[in-house]
Design a protein around this ligand. Structure first.
Ligand code: UD1
Length: 324
């Protein structure tokens, strides 16, 4: 049986990968420093996991974690475009140095393949939609620069050392367990929590910016397919992981408000520094190379996400209620 190492295992996407692999019966080693990841995301799995509290900047801890591993799913990062704008150094160190440590660990330990969580933000604001992997990246903020540097390192380790690497450019992944209560939270989780609390979400700019919002289960599928595909088809390559549809923030707000019965119209604020205006992916390369198909569409994803936050919110509300 294969041993999978998941970095950022207690985070949003990492924890979905852990749950799926454990359910499938695979062996999982889970790495997290719990800076943004949460222990409750791995609740009840402790006995089935080799869980290690390791920071990606700790090269020795990372190297030890790579020993005996077949596949690495590298989700660990200090995320968020705006966080990297206000504080570029911590995200630089985790996202670039941490990725380098992992590649060095994987090389030394003879790991078979690394699948890397890259970012669609690497495309920047250049003209031309949908985004195709052959376009020249034009990252704007530090975070997309860091994520792109990771991609280049992945490709280098394939070409120079023959370590099989696959880069998945995620397009605005959303779903259960995404952190909702941080100023750096993704827009979907943030708006859902704000609406449930009766607070007023703020749309940055005119709300006509669009994103290729992608439900997390599609990203999980892409990772598993990237591990299973033959090296000839995927090694050293970059793939968009998205739905291939663009939805504006105004439209997203409207659907969420309807699902949650939230009566108020949006409030509009200034544009956010470092934001890209639009994002829409061509997903044919991932389809062709590894038969990736986004099974869960935008509205179905929103419905499942809202349901999950409602259940969580009411559980924590009842807990607080009982405690007082
Ligand atoms: C997101 C990811 C990033 C990923 C990128 C890929 C998060 C936190 N960030 O960045 O890791 O690399 O997609 O494209 O998931 N907005 C509001 N009001 C708010 C919050 C956000 O209007 O309260 C707007 C933003 O200004 C932006 C849009 O919503 O226009 C999406 O923002 P966000 O969810 O932070 O994602 P990205 O910056 O697109």
């Amino acid at each position: 049986m294969a041993l999978y190492l998941i970095t950022g295992a207690a985070g949003f996407i990492g924890s979905h990968l852990v749950h799926t692999l454990i359910q499938r019966g695979d062996d999982v080693r889970a790495l997290d420093n719990f800076s943004t990841g949460r222990r409750e995301n791995l609740a009840n799995l402790e006995k089935q996991l080799d869980l290690r509290e390791v920071d990606l900047r700790d090269s020795i801890g990372v190297l030890n974690a790579c020993v005996g591993v077949d596949f690495i799913l590298h989700q660990g990062a200090l995320p968020s475009v705006p966080r990297s704008v206000s504080e570029p150094r911590p995200s630089h160190e985790t996202n670039i140095d941490g990725t380098f440590n992992l590649l060095e660990g994987a090389r030394a330990a003879g790991v078979k393949r690394i699948v890397y969580a890259a970012s669609s933000s690497a495309y920047g604001n250049q003209p031309g939609f949908p985004r195709v992997e052959s376009m020249k990246p034009q990252p704007i903020a530090p975070y997309p620069v860091q994520k792109l540097a990771g991609e280049l390192y992945m490709q280098s380790y394939w070409q120079v050392y023959g370590l099989e690497t696959v880069c998945l450019r995620y397009f605005n992944i959303f779903g259960p367990r995404q952190v909702a209560d941080s100023p750096y939270s993704g827009v979907m989780a943030r708006f859902i929590l704000q609406m449930m609390r009766g607070e007023q979400p703020v749309i940055n700019g005119d709300g006509e910016q669009g994103r290729d919002f992608t439900y997390v289960e599609n990203a999980v599928q892409a990772n598993l397919r990237a591990c299973a595909a033959s090296a000839e088809k995927v090694a050293g390559r970059v793939f968009n992981v998205a739905c291939g549809e663009r939805h504006t923030l105004n439209e997203t707000y409207e659907i969420l408000a309807r699902l949650l019965g939230y009566p108020h119209p949006p409030q509009y604020g200034p544009d956010r520094a470092g934001d890209v205006r639009d994002s829409l992916a061509d997903i044919s390369a991932a389809h062709k190379a590894m038969n990736y198909v986004p099974h869960i569409g935008f509205e179905e994803g929103l419905r499942r996400t809202v349901e999950w936050y409602q259940a969580e919110f009411s559980a924590s509300f009842h807990k607080q209620d009982g405690a007082t």
